[in-house]
Design a binder for this molecule. Structure first.
Ligand SMILES: Nc1ncnc2c1ncn2[C@@H]1O[C@H](COP(=O)(O)OP(=O)(O)OP(=O)(O)O)[C@@H](O)[C@H]1O
Length: 283
């Protein structure tokens, strides 16, 4: 079977269970959002997939082959993460050259073009870059490696809003031109909501949701308007949460809605992914 299959994977650090019998499959040519609160197990999962750490139990299959100590399989996957594996003193443009030697399909021209769009100073040493530009440097590499699987662990760490928007735009353009399997682990949920097709939510090392963004968002709806009217409407309904601003209120509800059942003066809209996430992962 093609894709990355994670089968019954568990990982413990002392008495912390970082991954607890995780079963998921990252299919070919799909964009996934890997969401979870701090310490939920996201990085551990990405590190297990790429053999940076070993699982205590279970296995990872890449296109049907076990990934453990299998270089040929591991070369199909690129993980962008906080760790940097570049020699100290290496300049950005040298790292592009270096990557071209290591990843056979690395597109140096594309990396340079992306770098120039972000105004990344390629003559600088990697270690001298600001936090945001360190991330941008890694984004440029990850977008140019052209491996069938690209995993992003917190790709927009330190990026300003303009650069985050540019990253999402380039990612979608790249994916439309040459699809691959992309996994984005992030805390900026609303920002990726329009980019990701499938959402995987991990909580305390367990997968609690694995469904399309559309399916997940269709589980509820938002009703907004005059606070008193909203309260009257929500009484007796399954309320996920609410926000109040002055006399106005937005209520997040579970279930489906018939617009004609909502009183005049109230507005019905889609559920907000971040609100749903907070509700699902609270406690
Ligand atoms: N090398 C390690 N040694 C000990 N505990 C670890 C180690 N790596 C991870 N953990 C623990 O495993 C759990 C999962 O950590 P992980 O880094 O995978 O979470 P995360 O979802 O990526 O979190 P964040 O969003 O905060 O980056 C946490 O409790 C963490 O403290």
């Amino acid at each position: 079977m093609s894709g990355i299959e994670i089968k019954q994977v568990s990982k413990r650090f002392g008495d912390v269970t970082a991954l607890d019998h995780v079963n998921i499959c990252f299919q070919k040519n799909k964009i996934y959002g890997l969401l979870g609160r701090n310490g939920a197990g996201k990085s551990t999962l990405l590190n297990v997939i790429t053999n940076r750490i070993f699982a205590d139990e279970g296995e990872v299959l890449v296109d049907g082959e076990p990934s453990v100590e299998n270089d040929r399989v591991l070369r199909k996957i690129y993980l962008m993460s906080e760790q940097s594996y570049y020699p100290p003193g290496m300049k950005v443009k040298e790292a592009f050259q270096w990557s071209a030697e290591f990843y056979p399909d690395f597109d140096k021209g594309y990396a340079e073009k992306t770098a120039s769009l972000f105004q990344l100073p390629t003559k600088k040493k990697i270690h001298d870059l600001s936090t945001g530009y360190q991330s941008i440097f890694k984004i440029c590499i990850a977008m140019a490696v052209n491996t069938p699987y690209v995993l992003f662990d917190e790709p927009v760490l330190g990026l300003d809003a303009n650069h985050r928007q540019l990253f999402y735009k380039l990612l979608i353009e790249k994916y439309s031109d040459s699809p691959s399997t992309i996994v984005i682990s992030t805390h900026l949920i609303e920002e990726v909501a329009n980019v990701i097709e499938q959402i995987i939510i991990i909580k305390n090392g367990r997968i609690i949701r694995d469904e399309t963004t559309e399916e997940l968002l269709s589980k509820g709806y938002t009703v907004s308007g005059n606070a008193a009217l909203v309260d009257r409407y929500t009484a007796g309904r399954k309320l996920l949460g609410e926000d109040t601003l002055g006399g106005l209120k937005s209520a997040y509800l579970l279930g489906s809605v018939k617009k004609e059942e909502v009183p005049a003066g109230l507005e019905v809209s889609k559920l907000d992914l971040q609100k749903l996430f907070i509700q699902m992962t609270n406690d």
